[in-house]
Design a protein. Structure first.
Length: 452
């Protein structure tokens, strides 16, 4: 049943609700018609029921029209039926009242004005407009109508024109004070005012709820975007860490194996030495890879937006590991000189890890791409930050202009070293530059800000 109600449109819901209210209203009138609860003039209750049903059925679709129509027409029809004016005009559909009355015959007859005030305000009609029409309509019904009747009857022979049927009507203006129930009027006006304010508050709460739902949907969408962004950043960081750690070792192994293969027939002892070196380097590579994977498996995911160097989730090497990078290049025929910070310094911050990875990747590029025979690494550390300089004497010539700006990632994974170094430097707030070096090859220079 609830599902069927929710599938209905607002108009269908209103019509169905109005039909149920009309059925209950008129069935109740029919039940009390033959009892002591029967009103003196049942026709006014019929008018009240008709306006109540019409109000519920249409006010949310045409709130302003229904507000004006009910507020203007309801008092007139109520007065026409209640005073017997309708019967005198020939409108016998409401019947002839036993006793004509210009007053509000029952408090329940206020319901159409209460409902139209509440629903119109709830549908978006301004509170002042709702109060003006509904409270004015009630004033016309409870004060204006008796006043008009009193003025008319004070000017005519009431006994001749109206007879005993209309003895309950006010006879003159002087009798209005006792005829009009002022306390009921004030209470009814306050009740209508409260219903209008409740309707306006209901609309405000609906708008607030809709706004909260909209903001919640936006937050859910942004959370999904942030989660995707964090996942992409984490994948990029993992790929960069594995690339920097593994490619350096594997590149050295490949180059040493190729060199040994070229002289294996003439110098077998070189081949055996190369194999022993490759075994040791392979073990180092496996150890580094296992340590990286272990940290990735046990560390908490990085927060969204942190595309940093991985400090805190990646094992930080020591300065001795940086020195071994130079020894690895020496083993494949590249003379590397290094000027590093004092050995007692501990590498603990994300800036330190970034510095190590940039040196590692730069030396890997020297080993794989530069065809160099010599390289120089300088790591200057001071209060202004870390300055890294890697020079080589590669025979490839100076780097192209704007080489960093034109670098693009390749799906094969090759050629991503420059991009990785630039991303690492940028992630900690530093800069990276590539230019021609004094040794005849490339110079990679990075500045990294100090970090506590």
């Amino acid at each position: 049943m609830k599902g069927m109600w929710r599938r209905m449109t607002q108009g269908q819901q209103d019509v169905l609700l109005a039909a149920v209210i009309g059925l209950v209203w008129f069935a109740t009138l029919n039940l009390v018609n033959g009892t002591g609860l029967r009103p003196h003039n049942p026709a006014v209750s019929v008018v009240t029921g008709v306006f109540l049903v019409a109000t519920v059925a249409f006010v949310r679709r045409i709130p302003r029209t229904m507000l004006v129509a009910v507020s203007v027409l309801y008092p007139f029809l109520y007065a026409a039926v209640g005073t017997g004016l309708a019967a005198q005009l020939g409108l016998t559909m409401f019947g002839q009242p036993e006793i004509s009355d210009a007053a509000l015959q029952s408090e329940i007859h206020l319901v159409p004005l209460l409902v139209v005030g509440y629903l119109a305000a709830s549908a978006g009609v301004r509170r002042f407009t709702c109060l003006f029409f509904t409270m004015g309509s009630l004033a016309g019904l409870m004060i204006g109508l008796p006043t008009v009747v009193a003025i008319v009857l004070s000017q005519v022979d009431r006994a001749i024109l109206y007879g005993e049927r209309y003895q309950s009507l006010p006879r003159s203006l002087s009798t209005l004070y006792s005829y009009i129930d002022v306390s009921l009027f004030v209470f009814a006006e306050a009740l209508i005012c409260g219903m209008v304010l409740l309707g306006a508050d209901a609309r405000r709460r609906r708008k607030s709820l809709a706004l909260l739902e909209q903001r919640n949907a936006e937050l859910v969408r942004l959370r999904a975007v942030e989660a995707e962004r964090a996942a992409v950043a984490e994948r990029t960081r993992i790929a960069r860490d594995l690339h920097d750690v593994i490619s350096h070792h594997v590149s050295a192994v490949v180059i040493r194996a190729q060199a040994a293969d070229r002289v294996a027939d003439q110098r077998p002892e070189v081949l055996r030495e190369a194999i022993r070196w490759i075994i040791a380097s392979g073990k180092e590579a496996l150890t580094a890879m296992r340590e990286t994977v272990r940290v990735l498996n046990t560390a908490s995911p990085q927060i969204a937006g942190d595309t940093g160097s991985g400090g805190g989730t990646t094992p930080v090497p020591e300065l001795a590991d940086v020195a071994r990078m130079g020894e690895r290049l020496k083993a494949v025929g590249i003379d590397v000189t290094m000027e590093l910070p004092p050995r007692q310094r501990q590498l603990t911050s994300a800036t330190d890890l970034t510095a190590v990875r940039i040196i590692q990747e730069a030396l890997t590029n020297v080993m794989v791409h530069a065809k160099a025979t010599a390289a120089r690494v300088t790591w200057q550390s001071g209060p202004q930050g870390e300055l890294l300089t890697i020079d080589d004497n590669g025979n490839g010539g100076p780097p192209p202009v704007n080489v960093l700006e034109t670098a693009r990632r390749k799906e094969s994974g090759r050629g991503n070293g420059l991009i990785g170094m630039r991303e690492r430097a940028t992630a900690v707030g530093g800069t990276l530059a590539v230019a021609a070096g004094p040794l005849g090859g490339w110079r990679v220079q990075a500045w990294l800000p100090p970090q506590n």
